[in-house]
Design a protein around this ligand. Sequence first.
Ligand SMILES: [Zn+2]
Length: 233
Amino acid sequence: MFSKLSNIANDINNLLVPRLCFGCNVRLYRGEQLLCTVCRNHLPLTEYDFRTENAVDRIFYGRTVIQKGAALLFYQEKGIVQNLIHALKYKGQQQLGNFLGDWMGVLLKDGLSHGPIDVVVPVPLHRKKLRERGYNQVDGFGRELARHFNAEYRDDLLRKTANTRTQTKKNRWYRWLGSQELYTLTEPGILKQKHVLLVDDVLTTGSTLEACALALKKAAGIRISIAVMAIVP
Ligand SMILES: [Zn+2]
């Protein structure tokens, strides 16, 4: 009886404040969460998991040693994924990060070929940016992955020290130079000998993750794997 009433209440609420798909903006049916069935079936999954060598691993070749890289989705402009990430970053839709993290956790957790993950660490925002946005958009994603891997979630160890804008117009070398020392590891002892999963939203050139990995490597014997919500193909 109660669930019937709450269904009716949900339906009325949906008439008044329609829930819309974050991928394509159509009205969601009862039972659909965040994405409509069409968008869910059309999400461009990469299959870049922890089992086989993939494009995430290749981005870091010759730059920084990582154990393994994984990406959930392909990022395409004007597509479902761009809409999802935009809503997550700029429209306060934090639950989208949890949704993606939960999904990826299910896909990844049985294929940890490089050993169990001890700690999940998100790419941090500068505190000024964090204040503006109110949350780190990678937070829910990282927490869900940590839950699936039975790992610790630590968003207090890696700190962004300079509030720089992404220098999209410069080439990779200058971006790399510019990203050096942008991040610091506050307590290297905690991550000593740990397998850390570093997580971010969209992987483009890899310079942010590279700079974070550099800071993390102040911890002796650390091993780093990487998981991102989406990769630019
Ligand atoms: Zn949709």
